[in-house]
Each structure stands twice: as structure tokens, then as C-alpha cells.
Design a binder for this molecule. Sequence first.
Ligand code: G3P
Length: 230
Amino acid sequence: MKRRVARSNLGNIVKFFVDTAEIKEILELAETGLLDGVTTNPSLIAKSGRDFIEVISEICAATPGPVSAEVSATDTDGMIAEGTKLAALADNVVVKLPLTMDGLRACSHFTKVGVKTNVTLCFTANQALLAAKVGATYISPFVGRLDDINLDGMDLIAQIRRIYDNFGFDTQILSASIRSANHVTEAALAGSDVATIPPSVIHQLIAHPLTTSGLDKFVADWKLTGQSIL
Ligand code: G3P
């Protein structure tokens, strides 16, 4: 279906964020020029074993783009207090808020004061519509967790894309809970603005056996020429 709303920048390309709090993985990917941002969540922070404030500050310094840091509070006032502290850590912090009534209220506040937000744990188009109405910068629909219960996570991305384009919402669709290289392809085909990808899946995007075998053949055949370019 042709998009009704011309995107502000037709050159908008799907952005790749990495879904991890492991600074080593982030640094390696940042060097490739492929990294557009980072998302974290309390489970990834726990897995890193690191101090939250310290590791977010380090990730922000290492990342050229937005870094999502999730609040731990579940009440609006607590989310605002924590999110305000996180936003002060670095200019590229994006405050991550759960899609609850309290999270939407907190998102409204951050929209008013100009702090970027990523509304997370989204599982329906209605939830995504509410997040856009309160000005979320990003919405994170969890594709993999829907697939895990035999629902169609990618269908949700397509629904949200249509709704956002119908009304010209600026909220960016950040496809999350990505489980495979196919998820990345399908998210791009569905018009997702961003995909946040586990490091293991990013490496799957690059590798193909025919690329490997083709390069091996080129190297072997070049050796037969006995020539050197330099
Ligand atoms: O970080 C948000 C999302 O990507 C988490 O995905 O793998 O825990 O379902 P997952």
C-alpha cells in the first residue's frame, strides 16, 4: 500500500540499533559504521553485571546515536524522577518507559520538556497508537515475544506502520525482540524505522556461505595470476 504521508526525509533508511549492554560488542560494531544506536533494558543490564549509571554513560560515549536507558520505577513520579536523571547523563540518552498508564503519563511529561523517549513492551496496535498520541520518540513492539506465543509479531509492525502513516505520526517504529535475520528483512519490508538487533543476529546478517565460497575462489584464482596490486 502506497504511503499516504511523504516521509520528512525520503532518504530515511532503516536504522540498526544493537540490543545489548555489553560495551565490548558495542565498540566492535561502532567501528564498522553500521551502528546507529543502542537499546538496553533491565534484563540486559542485569546480564552485564555492571553499575547501571556507569555502563549507560560508557555506552553513550561509545555510540554515535541514541541510547535507550530504561527506568525501573513503575509509577509516574518515579519514572519522571529516574528518567530526568538518566537524560542528564548524556545528550544521546533516550528514556525507555513501559507501556502502562503511568508510562504514558511519564511520556507526556518528557514530550513537554523535550526529552526523547522509547515506549517499550508494546504488543498491540492500540498500545502503539496511544504512545504516538503522547509523543513517544520511539515505540518498541516486541516481535519475537509475540511469535513465541504463536501470534504474528511482524503483522503488528505492518499495522502500526499503516496507522502512523494514516495520521502522520512522527513516532519511529523500533522493531524489538528480534530473533533472526529474517525478522530484520521483514521489519524493513514492513517499513519499520529501526530494528534493534542482538549482536548474534547482526553477525547472521553479514554471513552467507556463497559469499564465503565465492571469496575463497577469487583469492585462489588471484594467487594464480602471481600479481600484486601494491
Ligand atoms: O530490549 C527490548 C527487546 O529487544 C527485548 O527482546 O529478546 O528479550 O524478547 P527479548
